[in-house]
Design a protein around this ligand. Structure first.
Ligand code: SF4
Ligand code: SF4
Length: 385
């Protein structure tokens, strides 16, 4: 564990100036529950999942929505786990709509039936995003850890379009499905989606545990990116395709969430407020709770949100790099996981001393063959196939 760097007088001045210019966050991700009928081995939820008894109440979430609107947030994502396990979802969607917040439902789709969708649309839901495991039903269900999941998702996607709501598909790709990127894009066209996100697995938590079963080879990634480039040109104006080169094969990092504490906030099912999904993997940071502090106070002055905001916390080579306000040094959680220090340059950057190790680890993992998955589960360890 590395202690936070001591703030210098200059650093405090820079930080105060950055806080004065601080714009409100654009979006709020509300993880309503970690419960989910699926068991994806790359789930971005933490390895220690929040149980139902510890979830925030309806009144807590309604207050969070009120505070989000007061703070100037535009966009709220109702997510999980599976947000449809909460029977107060319609109440929350209705409050968000009344407050003028754009509401997006992020769902696995298997619990979405016509009655539920009509109620959500009637409550003012604006958009639905459905996750997709594969285009091959057997493979999709194996990845999801739930027989019948694929067919249920197709039905849910059709219902969303029949209800007149815009649809995004989120296809998480890895070694066992990345060779079907063309089929994933064709399925998005067939389902009349407006957007598909080709999202490479991010190797934290559950996914890191499954890295030897999931990591694609470089030539698979290159073929997939070529398919994406061709499809982007062919489908321009009809289907938006989001995809980036995965970190393990990149030469520069992505601006993770547009920079720590710059654009978004997320709230866990038990009420912890984080700048990103994996932030709790960084030791030494204390994240505030929505029942103890308001969102505005957290955004403006909480020490965990300010810790990696801006650029003055950076070390070399980031500190003097011309790209420091483009990528903000990449991902702090990946630096922690691989370099062992959250202040380090993201090892996805070729200028990081850990970059070579990252590439070698990817190549070793990619040669792992067909391995059983360690499925996401509340026990934290059991369940493979
Ligand atoms: S990644 Fe899979 S297991 Fe995790 S919340 Fe999404 S659908 Fe559920
Ligand atoms: S050195 Fe730091 S700021 Fe420069 S490209 Fe690499 S990660 Fe980005």
């Amino acid at each position: 564990m590395s202690a936070p760097a001591t703030e210098t007088a200059t650093g405090r001045a820079d930080s105060a100036a950055a806080d004065r210019q601080l714009a409100p966050p654009w979006s709020l991700l509300m993880e309503l529950s970690h419960r989910c009928p699926l068991r994806c081995p790359y789930c971005s939820n933490p390895e220690t999942l929040v149980r139902r008894a510890a979830e925030l109440t309806t009144a807590d979430w309604l207050r969070v929505l009120d505070e989000a609107a007061d703070l100037g947030i535009h966009h709220v994502h109702f997510s999980g786990g599976e947000p449809l396990v909460r029977d107060d979802l319609e109440t929350l969607v209705e409050r968000a709509a009344a407050l003028g917040l754009y509401g997006n439902l992020i769902t696995a789709g298997t619990l979405l039936d016509r009655g539920r969708l009509d109620a959500l649309a009637g409550a003012g839901l604006d958009h639905v995003q459905i996750s997709l495991q594969d285009t091959d039903a057997g493979s999709a269900d194996l990845i999801a850890g739930l027989p019948g999941a694929f067919e249920a998702k197709l039905r849910a996607a059709a219902l969303v379009r029949e209800a007149g709501l815009p649809l995004t598909l989120n296809a998480v790709v890895h070694r066992r499905n990345i060779d079907r990127v063309a089929e994933l894009i064709a399925l998005a066209e067939r389902l009349d989606a407006a957007r598909i996100e080709i999202a490479h697995v991010q190797y934290y938590g559950w996914a890191l545990r499954n890295i030897d079963a999931l990591m694609p080879a470089l030539d698979q990634v290159e073929r997939a990116m070529a398919v994406v480039e061709e499809a982007r040109v062919r489908l321009k104006g009809r289907l938006t395709i989001d995809a980036v080169v995965p970190d393990y094969y990149a030469r520069r990092p992505k601006p993770c969430l547009g920079g720590w504490g710059r654009h978004g906030m997320m709230v866990t099912p038990s009420g912890r407020v984080l700048p990103c999904h994996a932030a709790e993997s960084i030791p030494g940071l204390q994240f505030p709770h929505v029942t103890a502090k308001g969102l505005a106070e957290i955004w403006q002055s909480d020490s965990a949100f300010r810790r990696f905001r801006g650029t003055e916390w950076m070390e070399e080579p980031c500190r003097s790099c011309p790209a420091r306000e483009v990528d903000f040094g990449g991902c702090r959680c990946q630096a922690m996981a691989i370099a062992g220090r959250a202040e380090a340059t993201d090892p996805a950057c070729a200028l990081s001393p850990h970059h070579g190790w990252l590439r070698q680890r990817a190549e070793r993992a990619a040669s792992g063959g067909d391995r059983p998955y360690a499925y996401r589960n509340f026990a934290g360890t059991k369940g493979s196939a």
